[in-house]
Design a binder for this molecule. Structure first.
Ligand SMILES: Cc1cc2nc3c(=O)[nH]c(=O)nc-3n(C[C@H](O)[C@H](O)[C@H](O)COP(=O)(O)OP(=O)(O)OC[C@H]3O[C@@H](n4cnc5c(N)ncnc54)[C@H](O)[C@@H]3O)c2cc1C
Length: 332
């Protein structure tokens, strides 16, 4: 029986990114997903943004992540003949004059300069950002892979896996490698029980509103204009696994749009995150052909293309995985 190069478990942002890496390198793979209706990827706004957090830090490795994501999603767009990557600036209104001063100080730093487009008396416009239409990315990728017999709806269970020295068998097929991309469900599957994943749940909402904003607005929450009169708004962060509902977001949205909007849909998902809030990429301690891409936290869209490339090159060319995202950092 012919061996397939990869079994990819999970078709969220992480698994889909790895599948395209394998596809573009002309390697064989099958991707399976249990098609849960509630996942982190299905709730995501899809924003990528160089400057994040309360302290407005520049995200880890952002220049490389940005180059990689631009190239990666453009390649996928060309292959699928769809538009999924949307470059958009982010407008951050000032709360007070000290905000204004702090942004002018940042403007004098080389690291920030390339991401600041304009500062005026009401706020700052930053660049190097945008969003990926995650829903379209996942659905169109799934459809394409399904047509090519590379996607199947299936729930992975460790007990169905046969482990030999140089391959795995799974449901009458042989695979050289397995890539676990199951997000927070890795906590139940426990194939990598040496890592600890935190559950960070959250909501996003879709609204309809007569507003002409073309930039993403970042004011405590992100307000993302996705098409005429339609906005995707998020997100909330809770250290639990319960759906707290959209109330917090609705009340924050009212501060911006008063009552002039209609709620279309409310979404919920659980992000998986590591202790140090960096992705976890690498090889299993004992099963040398089993690998993981996980802990994308709130930055799956920008981190997954880079992480999938790093893991792919590690498996195929023995190239290094950066220490900051390598699973080895959790092993003594
Ligand atoms: C409200 C909210 C807003 C967000 N906004 C953004 C944003 O704007 N930008 C951004 O970059 N990130 C955002 N994120 C974070 C982003 O969603 C995550 O980083 C990303 O989705 C993680 O993707 P993943 O593929 O690793 O995991 P998941 O999305 O959890 O995907 C895992 C997949 O594996 C499948 N699976 C699980 N177990 C099994 C099994 N046993 N067998 C088969 N399949 C299985 C699941 O069904 C799922 O499809 C947001 C998250 C939330 C919750």
């Amino acid at each position: 029986m012919k061996k397939i190069d990869f079994l990819i478990v999970g078709q969220g942002i992480s698994g889909t990114s790895f599948a395209w890496r394998a596809y573009f390198a002309k390697q064989s793979f099958i991707i399976i997903d249990n098609e849960k209706s509630v996942t982190a990827s299905k709730a995501a706004l899809g924003i990528y943004n160089p400057i994040t957090g309360r302290k407005f830090n520049i995200s880890w490795n952002y220049n490389n992540l940005l180059n990689e994501l631009n190239e990666f999603y453009s390649d996928v767009e060309n292959k699928l003949n769809v538009n999924i990557l949307h470059k958009k600036n982010i407008f951050r209104p000032f709360k007070n004059s000290s905000d204004n001063n702090e942004w002018n100080v940042r403007l004098s730093s080389n690291r920030y300069q390339k991401f600041i487009k304009e500062i005026n008396e009401v706020g700052v416009l930053t660049k190097g950002s945008g969003y990926v239409d995650v829903k379209k990315y996942l659905l169109k990728s799934k459809k394409y892979f399904k047509k090519n017999n590379r996607y199947f709806c299936d729930t992975f269970k460790s007990k169905d896996l046969g482990i030999s020295n140089d391959f795995f068998s799974y449901k009458n097929k042989k695979f050289r490698n397995i890539i676990m991309c199951t997000g927070i469900d890795e906590k139940n599957i426990k194939s990598f029980n040496q890592i600890k994943l935190d559950s960070v749940s959250g909501n996003s909402i879709l609204i309809k509103c007569e507003n002409k904003t073309s930039h993403i607005i970042n004011k405590g929450i992100n307000i993302l204009p996705i098409n005429k009169n339609k906005f995707h708004i998020g997100s909330t962060y809770y250290q639990n696994v319960i759906d707290e509902g959209p109330d917090e977001l609705i009340s924050k949205t009212k501060q911006k749009f008063e009552d002039n909007f209609t709620l279309i849909k409310s979404m919920f998902g659980i992000r998986s995150a590591s202790n140090d809030r960096r992705p976890i990429i690498g090889r299993h301690k004992h099963n040398k052909r089993m690998y993981i891409i996980n802990a994308m936290g709130s930055k799956g869209v920008s981190q997954a293309p880079y992480c999938a490339k790093k893991l792919f090159n590690f498996i195929n060319n023995n190239e290094n995985i950066d220490d900051e995202i390598n699973i080895d950092r959790f092993r003594s």
